[in-house]
Design a protein around this ligand. Structure first.
Ligand code: C2E
Ligand code: MG
Ligand code: MG
Ligand code: MG
Length: 282
């Protein structure tokens, strides 16, 4: 699409093209290797209900430790995975791993949590995404309503023709969320035609709360929109108690951010899973 072409054009005229191409290739090879050697891991970030401070879900976030590059952030390797097509296999791995983890926690006696999994633009464009999700649900036996697929708003522009795909996913009983809402300039009218359950307010707006008037206005507009469309809301990137208070007063249901917890390996979540309560909000 236009955005991809634009990105390639920028890379084409860039002076460090060779260096970047090399890094890209090394990363692509590294990712292929990582798939084979189990070097990919999922961390999980708690999602907290602002009404009562209860743990209501987690978001699965991919982590990759490269033997030479060290910890590579997803913002760097996901685009490479998308362009090389490796995202299909990586995405399928993430989906299966996250659902297995959700089930493992249930089998350990914890009440069901919402497991949020990120789905990229290219995955959404694939015909087999729906079969893939159906297969993983069947294989793990996870209740479909426990799985929430997060689709970034920038993917929405091309969703006009992916609308059917979202309907098919919805027909499986899974939840659908729009990630990074407010950053993609998608048409607001599109929202009402899509089977979306939840909007995630992007961290870039939460960052300036409560003092930045623009961020406050945008956040309030997004909240009003979601409420009118009867969609649930999650605010991401909450780092301060002041941001929390603002969002709580505006009626945002759920929240994620370093204030509560960073994304963590599954074992590190055990005690929170046990109490299910964010301490300072009892
Ligand atoms: P996202 O889905 O919007 O995930 C939220 C990102 O914000 C995560 O970064 C998380 O660690 C970070 N974050 C959460 N709370 C805070 C906070 O309070 N302060 C700050 N500064 N950051 C916070 P991460 O893990 O680096 O992931 C970046 C992006 O990479 C994700 O954004 C998502 O778009 C993509 N991604 C991650 N895992 C996957 C995956 O399994 N599949 C796909 N397709 N994309 C993924
Ligand atoms: Mg996300
Ligand atoms: Mg997000
Ligand atoms: Mg984001």
């Amino acid at each position: 699409d236009a955005k991809m072409r634009g990105r390639n054009r920028v890379a084409f005229y860039s002076p460090d093209m060779a260096e970047r191409a090399h890094e890209r290739m090394a990363m692509e090879q590294g990712l292929m290797q990582a798939l084979k050697t189990d070097a990919l891991h999922l961390h999980y970030q708690p999602v907290i209900s602002l009404a009562d401070g209860k743990l209501v879900g987690v978001e699965a976030l991919l982590r990759w430790h490269h033997p030479e590059l060290g910890q590579v952030p997803p913002a760097r390797f996901i685009p490479v995975a998308e362009e090389s097509g490796l995202i299909d296999r990586i995405g399928a791995w993430v989906l299966r791993q996250a659902c297995r983890q959700a089930l493992a926690w249930q089998q350990a006696g914890h009440p069901p949590l919402r497991m949020a999994v990120n789905v990229s633009v290219r995955q959404l464009a694939q015909d087999h995404l729906v079969e893939n999700v159906a297969a993983v649900l069947a294989e793990t036996g996870l209740a479909p309503e426990c799985l929430e697929l997060e689709i970034t708003e920038t993917a929405i522009q091309s969703i006009e023709h992916s609308r059917e795909r979202l309907r098919q996913l919805k027909a499986l009983g899974v939840m659908l969320a729009i990630d990074d809402f407010g950053t993609g300039f998608s048409s607001l009218s599109l929202l009402k035609h899509l089977p979306i359950d939840r909007i995630k307010i992007d961290r870039s707006f939460v960052m300036g709360l409560p003092d930045d008037g623009n961020d406050a206005a945008i956040t309030q507009a997004i909240i009003a929109l979601a409420q009118n469309l009867k969609m649930a809301l999650t605010a991401e990137g909450i780092e301060s108690p002041e941001q929390l208070t603002f969002l709580q007063r505006q009626g945002v249901e759920d929240a994620q951010g370093y204030l509560f917890s960073r994304p963590q390996p599954p074992q590190a979540l055990e005690s929170l899973l046990h109490t299910r309560q964010w301490q300072s909000m009892q």
